[in-house]
Design a protein around this ligand. Structure first.
Ligand SMILES: [Fe+2]
Ligand SMILES: [Fe+2]
Length: 173
């Protein structure tokens, strides 16, 4: 059993994970309109991954006999940004998620809720990997450019990366 405060914080994070899934679905659609099939596949794979994050937390609340309160998911803003800006926004988003998870972990530690602290560690590690991947993509876009052949090459790389995401999480790419 976890405290009501703890359950509410995890409930809010479930909403953030669904928002992430929705945000990446919107960015996948946006990439499709730009004819960037690899980028679209990568965002679709991330969409699936974020859904699994939400469901992991959902399952944790159920297992801890806590109430699951689902709230409305905000509409994502895709804008008309170019590819580099899209990935910069992705990194900003992931950094905000990292900070939210850290805040929940701080709370778990303050409550001496070891079970939740251990549960959240998986997400802390996951965020390091997610930020690193997006940082890497941004670095390559800055190096090779987000237009023309540079973009074509990175789009092909993202197609390959999308397949890896799909196999490691079991989410459909
Ligand atoms: Fe996530
Ligand atoms: Fe994420």
């Amino acid at each position: 059993m976890i405290s009501q405060d703890m359950a509410a914080l995890i409930g809010a994070q479930i909403n953030r994970e669904f928002y992430s899934a929705y945000f990446y679905l919107a960015l996948s659609a946006r990439a499709e309109t730009m004819n960037l099939k690899g980028t679209a596949a990568w965002f679709m794979a991330k969409h699936g991954e974020e859904l699994t994050h939400a469901l992991k937390m959902y399952r944790y609340l159920i297992d801890q006999n806590a109430a699951v309160v689902l709230t409305g998911v905000a509409a994502p803003e895709t804008g008309t940004d170019g590819v580099l800006r899209i990935f910069e926004r992705t990194l900003e988003h992931e950094r905000a998620v990292t900070s939210a998870i850290n805040t929940i972990l701080d709370h778990a530690l303050s409550e001496k809720d070891h079970a939740t602290a251990i549960f959240l560690q998986w997400f802390v590690t996951e965020q390091i990997e997610e930020e690193a991947t997006v940082n890497d993509i941004i670095g390559r876009l800055r190096l090779f450019g987000d237009q023309g052949y540079g973009l074509l090459m990175i789009d092909n790389e993202l197609a390959a990366l999308a397949k890896q995401v799909g196999t490691t999480t079991g989410a459909a790419p």
